[in-house]
Design a protein around this ligand. Structure first.
Ligand SMILES: O=C(CO)COP(=O)(O)O
Length: 138
């Protein structure tokens, strides 16, 4: 993964506040990368977090497929997808296709905050050398 990796951010409606909170907490790291998002998720990340995001169509209107296409083109190196396990989605085939393509392409996929926390703190994304201890003020 390169310093300016492509990161796709997608959240279903019940998970959007979680995504906004998580992105706000990780704003500095995220802002060092190329960000892509589906329409409504992207709108909230722009308006509420102040991130610069390439905003694609809303998920049910082809946004998931557009993210999949970016993965296939090699533009997206990491997918953060907070999908809702309790609600049926009208565009379920698109959701499955996106997750399938991400796995097929062997990119990291985080489907909940715990996994997203692991991934975002990777030295591959933060650019920090894992072997150099942090400087702790005395
Ligand atoms: O539906 C989605 C993912 O499947 C997300 O789309 P929105 O960000 O437009 O709500």
């Amino acid at each position: 993964m390169q310093p300016r990796s492509g990161i796709a951010l997608v959240a279903h409606d019940s998970c959007k506040q979680d995504m906004v909170d998580w992105a706000r907490f990780n704003r500095r790291t995220l802002s060092a990368h190329r960000l892509y998002a589906t329409g409504t998720t992207g709108g909230r990340l722009i308006d509420e977090v102040g991130l610069s995001v390439t905003r694609l169509r809303s998920g049910p209107h082809g946004g998931d497929q557009q993210i999949g296409s970016r993965i296939a083109e090699g533009d997206v190196d990491l997918l953060i997808f907070f999908w809702d396990p309790l609600t049926a989605q009208p565009h379920e085939p698109d959701v499955r296709a996106l997750l399938r393509l991400a796995v097929l392409s062997n990119i990291p996929v985080a489907c909940n905050r715990a996994t997203a926390d692991f991934v975002i703190s990777s030295p591959l994304l933060t650019g920090r050398d894992p072997w150099t201890p942090e400087l702790v003020p005395a």
